[in-house]
Design a protein around this ligand. Structure first.
Ligand code: HEM
Length: 355
């Protein structure tokens, strides 16, 4: 044996003694067979937000090296990242576009799960964890947008705190907690920052681990009816890993294209004394914003809360419906109705904001 080979063997023995991980167990865990339909992106869409979350974490850490979470420096630090820091514009644009794509991917993944009935027994709990992941993803979007401290994001955060305030019973306490007092200022910015870079990522990782663990335990739902047979199976490593790597490379190309052609911009700096003519949240809150304009604030907030509760408990509601009418297609109609209504509200609000 050459000297290099024997050095490698010794290094391997040294490592295995210090880290006694059973390699056979690792290999068999990685090569577990997964259903053949996971070759299609529609069926393995859950991997996409997971990948985008990793991009968010990496670019987010890089941005945090330069971002200053105080009302008098936040905006300037974002401007410096965009205009002065080397490749700052690219990292910031990747972060922004990846956040948007992550929301799109989560919604598409959720629609796949809904319309294929993959939330049904025994996966109801995983659907509920999924709803928490959706709320966390939206929470990232809201807090991140507010950190920029430009006029629109500042007033967006102010309006959000006022909306929280109108929730019956707990509203004033919730709003006070978010603002860190009675008005929007440095306390709120600190809290948004802590949520964005500390609390939300920690919760995301914990809930995501639970989601993936449950998914692995139940297995991905089979094609067709949840009890239907699987056609082909293939090993997770290397086959499915290659699919995910191909998707990741494609997404990186799309993200870079978007970052170059539509780099993240910067509006006017926040002015707490001047309310802008139009307050505009990010596109994924357009539906909620339009809803708020259609009825009194308390009614709008209460119905939105009810809507989220309905989504969360949907697998249990659906199970009751199917107990009475096993062949009912009601879930498809309700799902399609919800998607069309949300799209209509979103387009309606965007047309209004364009004028
Ligand atoms: C950060 C967000 C999320 C990530 C990273 C994620 C990740 C994943 C992954 C990797 C899978 C395996 C199957 C696949 O790739 O489609 C999966 C399955 C699943 N997800 Fe998600 N998910 C997220 C959000 C959601 C949401 C919002 C829901 C629904 C409200 C949801 C409900 C489910 C259910 C029920 C399954 C099992 C589906 C089946 O077995 O076919 N997930 N998720």
């Amino acid at each position: 044996m050459s000297r290099v080979a024997s050095a490698l063997v010794r290094a391997n023995d040294w490592l295995r003694e210090r880290f006694p991980v059973d390699q056979q167990v690792l290999i068999s865990m990685g090569s577990e067979p997964v259903p053949g339909h996971l070759k299609r992106w529609w069926w393995c869409l859950g991997g996409t937000p997971a990948y985008l979350f990793i991009i968010q974490a990496v670019t987010g850490v890089l941005l945090t090296f330069y971002y200053v979470p105080t009302p008098d420096q936040a905006y300037e630090s974002v401007a410096a990242i965009t205009n002065q820091v080397r490749f700052g514009w690219y990292i910031r644009s990747l972060h922004k576009w990846s956040a948007n794509l992550m929301i799109v991917a989560v919604l598409l993944h959720m629609m796949r799960v809904f319309f294929t009935g993959a939330y049904r027994r025994p996966r109801e709990g995983n659907w509920m964890l999924g709803v928490l992941l959706l709320l966390l993803t939206l929470g990232f979007g809201f807090t991140g947008y507010s950190l920029v401290y430009e006029q629109l994001s500042f007033w967006g955060a102010t309006v959000a705190a006022n909306i929280l305030q109108s929730i019956p019973l707990i509203g004033p306490d919730l709003a006070g907690f978010l603002r860190g007092g009675s008005h929007v200022g440095s306390n709120m910015l600190t809290r948004l920052f802590v949520f964005h870079i500390g609390a939300l990522p920690t919760l995301m990782v914990v809930v995501l681990l639970g989601h993936l663990l449950l998914m692995r335990t139940h297995g991905v739902s089979p094609l067709g009816s949840p009890a239907g047979p699987d056609a082909k199976r293939f090993p997770f490593i290397p086959d499915h890993l290659f699919t995910e790597i191909a998707v990741a490379l494609f997404l990186m190309f799309i993200l870079t294209f978007l970052a170059i052609v539509f780099p993240a911009g910067l509006g006017p700096k926040a002015n707490p004394l001047v309310t802008p003519e139009h307050i505009k949240p990010e596109w994924y809150f357009f539906w909620a914003f339009r809803w708020l304009k259609l009825m009194p604030e308390q009614a709008a907030v209460a119905t939105q809360g009810l809507f989220i509760a309905l989504i969360f408990f949907w697998p249990l509601i659906d199970a009751r419906i199917r107990k009475r009418r096993p062949d009912s297609e009601l879930s498809i109609w309700i799902g399609a109705g919800a998607v069309i209504s949300l799209l209509t509200l979103t387009v309606w609000e965007s047309l209004h904001l364009l004028h």
